[in-house]
Design a protein around this ligand. Structure first.
Ligand code: CAA
Length: 391
């Protein structure tokens, strides 16, 4: 792609939840050896939303600094990707649009395809900017990962939102053509409308993910993509950080490359720093991995990053991005680290109380206690409507 035509990620900001449950606390409660979590799945703690936090409050917290830095004049579209939507009809992004005071001359829409939707949002945003290079698109990925208490998935829960400003001449990462895409009808992970927790066939989901790695790579190669050796780093969807290691090993083996542990860590290690503390943030997870890579790796200028986005069900995409010269001046590394460090440690009882919470469905007024220290909060439910406010 010529530099004139470059479109990609101009700004990247994430937010996570108020509370944190460590895997040491979880292991002590459920009787597992904590090494299963730390070494086995590569997780040390998980973000847990406060009673007055959800995908909207995290999304607004992630996007506010992006709008503050760049203004809203050129943002004509907001695409909100989530699989933990708060309403079956209204796009969660409209609440964010309102909280951030974005202009009425904006289109706002919500996208869903499990953990893949943010990548669809990014690609659709690039298409819109191709049509009019003066416009910018605010892409937001926000999810709260929730499994049954005591289930194998419980240790992989987490919560975060990532906001990305997509524009021409991006300051961070140019997104390249082509993409390799892959769809297979599999019930590896799903959440029927009547459930608040996901259902998953754990083993099936891991092998479905690895199948998708092969499928996207095959299509990417057939579409004329880069050779494996051209990439300086790889950023995978991380339901748990060890999955990224499994996926990269699988890709290397598939391509007949060296699969030494050091070699794998060299290419993906920096992408897992944030996810190991935050847990699975579903559709935000791969982009949290990108934030982690940009914030923590040595200079990546000019390097190609391979992205593997996987969403159960399943849809996947492999694509490449190139890191833009001068990108470091635009990072939010300190704020990102502070968002993780400032979370309040909770004990198992508090975690369980939050996990089991739900609003009565009677349409009455249900105010929510003040817990979050974040900039936006869910004030309550009234007449079946969610009420949000700045804190
Ligand atoms: N010390 C060190 N390692 C240990 C250990 C110990 N004491 N005990 C176990 N381990 C290791 C195991 O050997 C295993 O490693 P390998 O995978 O390398 O073999 C690892 O820890 C996990 O152990 P188990 O397989 O016994 O764990 P489990 O069956 O209880 O759960 C899981 C694993 C099925 C992935 C479960 O976490 C799960 O269901 N997660 C949710 C689904 C998921 O994340 N799927 C991923 C693909 S789907 C996707 O990506 C979409 C999405 O976001 C959900």
């Amino acid at each position: 792609m010529s530099e004139d035509a470059a479109i990609g990620i101009h700004d990247l900001s994430f937010a996570t939840a108020q509370f944190v449950l460590t895997h040491a606390t979880l292991a002590a409660e459920n009787g597992y050896d904590v090494a299963k979590y730390h070494a086995g799945i590569g997780q040390r703690s998980m973000s847990v939303p406060a009673a007055d936090e959800d995908i909207v409050t995290m999304a607004a917290a992630a996007a506010a600094p992006v709008v503050a830095r760049h203004g809203a004049d050129r943002i004509r579209t907001v695409v909100f990707a989530t699989e933990t939507s708060v309403d079956q009809a209204k796009a969660a992004g409209i609440h964010v649009h309102s909280l951030l005071g974005l202009p009425s001359a904006t289109r706002v829409v919500e996208l869903k395809q499990a953990c893949y939707a943010a990548t669809a949002a990014l690609q659709f945003a690039i298409g819109l900017v191709h049509r009019d290079r003066a416009q910018q698109v605010l892409v937001i990925a926000s999810d709260v990962s929730k499994y049954e208490l005591g289930s194998p998935g419980e240790a992989t829960q987490g919560a975060a939102a990532v906001a990305m400003l997509v524009s021409a001449d991006p300051a961070l990462v140019r997104i390249e053509d082509p993409s390799g895409v892959y769809t297979a009808d599999i019930m590896d992970f799903w959440r029927p409308n009547y459930r608040t927790t996901a259902l998953v066939d754990g083993r099936e989901s891991v092998s479905a993910y690895l199948q998708a790695v092969e499928g996207t790579w095959k299509d990417y190669t057939e579409q004329g993509g880069r050779a494996l050796g051209e990439f300086g780093a790889f950023c995978y969807h991380q339901p748990f950080t060890k999955m990224a290691y499994k996926a990269h090993r699988h890709l290397l083996q598939h391509c007949g490359h060296n699969t030494g542990a050091g070699e794998i860590a060299r290419f993906i290690g920096h992408t897992t720093t944030y996810n190991t503390e935050i847990g699975n943030s579903y559709t935000a997870s791969m982009y949290l991995g990108l934030a982690s890579l940009l914030d923590n790796a040595d200079d990546l200028t000019g390097q190609a990053v391979g992205f593997l986005s996987y969403g159960s069900g399943s849809v996947a995409e492999f694509f490449a991005g190139t890191v833009v010269p001068g990108y470091r001046a635009h990072l939010r590394s300190e704020v990102h680290r502070a968002a993780i460090a400032r979370r309040q440690d909770i004990d198992y009882a508090k975690y369980r109380e939050l996990h089991e919470r739900s609003f009565p469905a009677d349409g009455a007024d249900h105010p929510v206690e003040r817990e979050t220290a974040g900039p936006y909060r869910l004030a309550g439910l009234s007449g079946h409507k969610r009420i949000y406010e700045p804190r």
